[in-house]
Ligand binder design. Structure first.
Ligand code: PAF
Length: 282
């Protein structure tokens, strides 16, 4: 596995692969990898001849006071996992390689989409995500890029951006990977104490409950959200950020069960903010 820290190295390697007629899949990550990430690498390996993963904790998607400095990092472990899952190149740039000191250009979606759900408490987050992902698309020029469905709003935002900016890349959404007890895998799970880890199960329990109700034929969005909310409120360590139902493509709130609906939750467990979701298709 090649470890590249410079944009020029990535460009040269990808150009060589493309000259051979090979397809390239990109898995963008912020490192501290777990099975959620490796499932994306596995899928990329199935779909593409060469797999590039980026490991970069992107400062522009963190607001002041968020966990940029404390975000968990373990690059050696990341490399071992990536290599074991058949990744061909890992791009691990310094911040200065990605953002020059006088960088002044951002990629921002100006519709309501990034202002919904997580955008309400993290108003600049998706601008940072779109900017770095668009830079990665320009650097790696992948045929396909792989993102987890756990970050459902991020996936929707990136699909919008890729279409609006005519990127010749297919965006592939991959299923949520869960711990045995249901908790969605997340690098931020490492912030949880033992007691908080148990409390965090309310997220997946709420998601499973909502899915079950919808599966049993409940067609009242408010009833489903109400039941999910009630379950979370019973956990003393949980503080709800949102329990929402939105259109699966536009991310705008919905009241009727029609089309593709994203039921999404964001909950603080102590100081740690976790997210989870399910998609209902009519
Ligand atoms: O999902 C993430 O880990 C990040 O938001 C991403 C897509 C790698 C951009 O920094």
């Amino acid at each position: 596995m090649i470890i590249a820290t410079k944009i020029s190295e990535v460009r040269a390697q990808v150009a060589a692969w493309k000259k051979e007629g090979l397809t390239v899949g990109l898995v963008p990550t912020m490192g501290y990898l777990h099975e959620g990430h490796t499932s994306l690498v596995d899928r990329a390996g199935k779909d593409c001849d060469r797999v590039v993963a980026s490991v970069f904790v992107n400062p522009t998607q963190f607001a002041p006071g968020e966990d940029l400095e404390t975000y968990p990092r373990d690059f050696d472990h990341d490399c071992a996992l990536l290599e074991a899952h058949g990744c061909h190149l890992v791009f691990h740039p310094e911040v200065e390689e990605m953002y020059s000191q006088d960088a002044a250009t951002f990629v921002e979606i100006l519709s309501e989409m990034p202002k919904q759900l997580c955008g309400k408490t993290r108003p600049t987050h998706f601008r940072g995500v779109c900017t770095v992902v668009s830079k990665l698309f320009n650097i790696v020029t992948p045929d396909k890029a792989f993102f987890g469905q756990k970050d459902a709003q991020q996936l929707a935002v990136i699909r919008r951006m890729a279409e609006d900016l005519s990127y010749p890349v297919e965006i592939v959404g991959c299923p949520i990977v869960r711990e045995k007890d249901g908790l969605a895998k997340s690098s931020r799970n490492t912030y949880l104490s033992e007691t908080e880890r148990k409390a965090a199960l309310v997220l997946s329990k709420a998601v499973f409950l909502g899915e079950e109700l919808a599966g049993q034929g409940e067609r009242d969005v408010k009833q489903i959200l109400g039941a999910m909310r009630k379950l979370i409120e019973e956990e003393p360590l949980a503080r709800i950020d949102y329990v929402s139902a939105v259109d699966g493509v536009t991310m705008m709130p919905v009241e009727n069960m029609q089309g593709q609906i994203l039921f999404a939750v964001a909950v603080y467990i102590g100081k740690t903010r976790l997210i989870d979701n399910f998609i209902w298709k009519g």
